[in-house]
Design a protein around this ligand. Sequence first.
Ligand code: DX5
Length: 223
Amino acid sequence: MAAKIVPSVLPADFARLGEDCLALEKAGVDRIQWDVMDGHFVPNLTFGPDVIAACRKVCDVGFEAHLMVERPDDLLPLYADAGCEVIIVHAETLTHAHRTCGRIRELGARAGVALNPATPVSAVEHLLDLLDMVLVMTVNPGFGGQPYIATMEPKIAAIRQLIDAGGFDVELEVDGGIGPDTIGGAAAAGADVFISGSALWKYDTFADGVADLRARAEAARRR
Ligand code: DX5
């Protein structure tokens, strides 16, 4: 699968979210990630479904909701209805993971499970047949601009091995501190979808950033 670049809009100008979404779409991003935070699972509070639904009207690029929330089951229909085609829940918040992942698919979205840095691979080992994506957090979630945790690379490689050995059609996404100096390590370890927030906003243009990050990821995968 070609490397996918998916910006987090956490660094966006919240007074111009729709314009930033349109600019990101024009820059050639593969999807846009909405970091949904409830102030409980993580110490930050961000986007409700109405904000996402408003931006859904101004662009066509796919949206994914990264639910960093304590009670994701209650919120699944809201983010599916807001127009998120991928809904990612955290393994640490799931009592009945099979039921939650099945519910996401019943709502017409693709199901992703995210693992915090300390959460082992075993948390998704028996879920891969129900998933469309595994998200390996390379920071402790809650804020943008944190340093990349390189010790996650063996974990990325272990999940890549599980996906490939089982022949699962599952994206392997990484999120946190992904930029020009770190995307190569994550790609070489086996990731194929890359969330970038603060690093992407540092490029002169979104198009420059998307092109550079994608090229770096592809080069690392060829090595
Ligand atoms: C969790 C968030 C962030 C964000 C990306 O804190 O999910 O990881 O998306 O932030 P950067 O790319 O700035 O590390």
